[in-house]
Design a protein around this ligand. Structure first.
Ligand SMILES: [Zn+2]
Length: 231
């Protein structure tokens, strides 16, 4: 059943609007118009109820209508938004080129909200894995978890939270690596760890966000870097 999309108003004085205005340096990100009092908020994923800051861009009414008419493509909007959040103006410290797109609006509007954060690796499920499985090796298992999470973050940026099925990618991996449905991806034999890592890395590189960021952008740590990081 499709959820009804409800437009929640974003008042002109709101912190979100102030944040978006700061992000564009009070100029329309497409035409440099600076009549910022009349600017409008565009929902990048076209879901009016998704008021997460990463889904919003403030722009002049003319450029807003160009987006609506398709004269400015969704891809260009996504690209522009990405450029805005990655400008030195908005990022104090670009740690390993990784940007936290998971920030909730509530967090995103407090203080140095656009600060880059590296989230702690997802905890492994508590299940016991037999020797010879990736799940038996905590570091390797956590690295796989880290890659899967990164894939979902990139995918979420592309299709929005509402469209996400967070378990879907795990199912794809299990099929690809011939793991029974009742088991998990951590049941993959340890000899196939590299193969599994490369496969997920390749899938991350093929996401729209990875392509927007460009080839020189680093989308994930290598296993060696990851190991060094978690100590
Ligand atoms: Zn404009």
């Amino acid at each position: 059943m499709e959820e009804k999309k409800v437009r929640k108003r974003i008042p002109k004085e709101s912190k979100v609007r102030a944040e978006l205005q700061k992000e564009i340096n009070s100029c329309c990100p497409f035409c440099s118009n600076d009549d910022v009092g009349h600017f409008e908020i565009h929902h990048i994923d076209e879901n009016p109820s998704n008021n997460e800051i990463k889904n919003l861009i403030l722009l002049c009414p003319l450029c807003h209508s160009k987006i609506t008419k398709g004269d400015i493509s969704n891809f260009d909007v996504l690209k522009r938004k990405f450029e805005l959040v990655t400008t030195p103006l908005n990022i104090d410290k670009q740690d390993k080129n990784s940007i936290n797109f998971n920030a909730k609006v509530g967090n995103a509007i407090i203080g140095d909200n656009n600060k880059v954060t590296i989230k702690k690796p997802a905890k492994m499920p508590k299940a016991k894995y037999p020797e010879g499985c990736i799940g038996y090796d905590t570091t390797k298992a956590n690295y796989i978890g880290h890659l899967i999470k990164r894939y979902n973050e990139y995918k979420e940026y592309e299709i929005g939270k509402d469209g996400m099925n967070y378990g879907a990618f795990g199912a794809v991996l299990k099929r690809e690596f011939k793991i029974a449905p009742t088991r998990t991806i951590y049941n993959v034999p340890i000899e196939r760890f590299e193969e599994l890592s490369f496969y997920i890395q390749g899938r991350i590189d093929k996401t729209k966000l990875a392509r927007v960021k460009g080839r020189e952008h680093k989308n994930y740590s290598t296993f060696e870097e990851y190991k060094a990081d978690v100590g």
